[in-house]
Design a protein around this ligand. Structure first.
Ligand SMILES: Cc1ncc(COP(=O)(O)O)c(C=O)c1O
Length: 301
């Protein structure tokens, strides 16, 4: 694959064991993923021809499948090979790759979740940034939703599942109010996370991040790893909205763009500068790590 290679006219998907163009990738209307949001997914990204932390994404994926009682139709090695092959077939070197297992299609009309044939899908798109150029440079406006996140007492946020209506509602609420992104609190009023990102705040040179009621973000873990290497003190802590309003810096982390600075939280512009010095340093270190090939899996070895 060359850097200037053309992408196919239509995206090529992996669906249940074969590669086919998007227009020929049909999924049954009886699929429990479609009807109930009963399925598990993950999103790994490729940059300059290398998948970042694929092992960690597969670990998280397999943990969610296991907890959901969804047997994986593919072995770990088969997932890895199919994810790489999907990137190759789409001629993508900078990509966001979504991989999914749904409960699938029931054998009978009255669905029994124990008796379904799972659906497997891998879909690679050109790399997606959560924010546009201006947002990445000058920071985004973040709203705290009135909706509360789930917790281990109902749906543990570590399930990376397709059931995301409350995420959509929170996101649409924020968009309707003119914000770029949203974050919610947990049922005790502690800052949790957003629909595709984890959250960090900086105060007095220390990095704070929620340690509960969150999906264990791979980017979050990478930022914790980099902070340790750079000698930046970190604390997992219960943060409230007040901590965000009064922080020196706030940023989100996600596979879709790494570190994203925040310039305003629910109508409180941060005192700045935005991006702040630690956000900037960690963002640079994150992209250096990716460019270095550390934790990278070559698409074209
Ligand atoms: C709810 C939620 N929180 C956090 C994240 C960030 O995780 P990662 O850094 O692995 O992309 C995601 C990713 O999509 C997510 O869905």
């Amino acid at each position: 694959m060359s850097e200037t290679g053309q992408q196919p006219a239509e995206p090529i998907l992996y669906l249940n064991g074969s590669y086919r163009p998007l227009s020929q990738a049909g999924i049954s209307p009886l699929d429990q993923g479609f009807l109930l949001g009963d399925g598990i997914f993950d999103v790994v990204s490729a940059w300059q021809g290398r998948l970042f932390k694929l092992d960690q994404h597969l670990d998280r994926f397999f943990d969610s499948l296991q907890a959901t009682r969804l047997p994986s139709p593919l072995s770990r090695e088969e997932w890895q090979a199919a994810i790489i092959e999907t990137c190759r077939r789409n001629n993508l070197r900078d990509a966001s790759i979504r991989f999914i297992v749904t409960r699938g299609v029931p054998q009978q009309i009255v669905a029994d979740p124990r008796d379904c044939v799972p659906t497997v899908l891998i879909w690679a798109a050109p790399y997606i940034f959560l924010a546009d150029e201006a947002g990445r440079r000058n920071g985004i406006r973040l709203m705290i939703s009135h909706l509360r996140g789930f917790g281990p007492q109902n749906l543990d946020p570590r399930y990376k599942c397709l059931d995301r209506l409350h995420f959509q509602l929170a996101k649409m609420e924020a968009m309707a109010a003119g914000y770029d992104d949203v974050v919610w609190l947990d049922d005790r009023g502690h800052v949790a996370e957003g629909p595709a990102s984890n959250l960090f705040a900086v105060k007095g040179g220390t990095l704070y991040t929620p340690g509960e009621a969150i999906l264990r973000g791979i980017t979050r873990a990478t930022i914790l790893e980099l902070a340790a290497e750079l000698g930046i003190p970190v604390r997992e802590a219960n943060l409230t909205a007040f901590d965000l309003y009064s922080a020196d810096e706030v940023f989100t982390t996600s596979t879709a763009g790494g570190v994203l600075p925040v310039r305003e939280v629910s109508a409180r512009p941060l005192r700045g500068p935005v991006p702040g010095p630690l956000s900037r340093r960690l963002d640079e270190a994150y992209w250096e790590m990716r460019a270095s090939g550390r934790h990278g899996t070559e698409i074209d070895p």
